[in-house]
Design a protein around this ligand. Sequence first.
Ligand code: CO8
Length: 262
Amino acid sequence: MSFENIILEVTAPVATIFFNRPKALNALNNALFDELDTALDQIAANKEIRVLVLTGAGDKAFVAGADIAELSKMSPLQGKFFSRKGQNVFAKIEALPIPAIAAVNGFALGGGAEAALACDFIYASEKALFGLPEITLGLIPGFGGTQRLARLVGVNRAKEMIFTGKPIKAQEALEYGIVNKICAPETLMEEVLKTANLIATRGKVALRSAKEVIQSGLNTDLETGCKIENDVFGLTMSSEDATEGTRAFLEKRKPVFKGDLY
Ligand code: CO8
């Protein structure tokens, strides 16, 4: 499948997906979701890729939301299916066996904020603006935003953002814990790639395990979460990477993680 609405750039060990509809500020339409879904499958199947970065093409937007022109023509049932499609594709980012970092280079509104929230963490440009403005359109977030934002920043802050529809700047997003780091626009990708490449040196099996355990644990109580951690810890110990990592430490050398699964 060739892509028109996204760009997939693979420079192993990092893959970068650019949302690529700059004339519409990278708004998310049906075709874009289909392409993103396919790209995520390709990335998950590629052993050489250890980290995914998501960003927006152009210098103005990460993603300015769902495509309002497309949305306005949908029947309620089509809207429901579209919402489900977006939820499923973003859930795929969350369930990806490798870490995903959002490099938010501008507007991250509505579906754009929801895309970023589905990533494992976010670096943002000083110019970034986060918001869930659906309420201003007479709508509510529909790609997981009501759930992920409330879990990340707490119920009351999420309610304020969703009820007012008012976007917040990068600094406030940092204070809320939405963003891990703010960078100058011209150094954003450099900073993201630096972190991505550092993560890529770590064991792929352990990264996958850590992501899975954190994610599963978030949706359960502490005791169950620790039980999941305990089981996955045991499984992770059986990996070649774990043998290599501990041996390399004792031999005072850098580990070489192959990431192979038995
Ligand atoms: N959808 C479609 N086109 C868009 C969108 C969008 N979300 N955002 C911007 N564009 C287009 C504009 O129409 C304009 O196109 P044209 O040049 O052809 O007129 C072009 O991009 C540039 O936009 P502006 O001229 O408006 O640029 P400004 O710099 O003046 O403003 C803003 C930038 C503030 C980002 C402004 O464009 C804006 O407010 N955009 C809409 C933001 C928004 O409301 N997003 C939420 C959308 S709804 C949503 O995401 C719901 C998700 C869940 C859906 C569930 C499925 C049913």
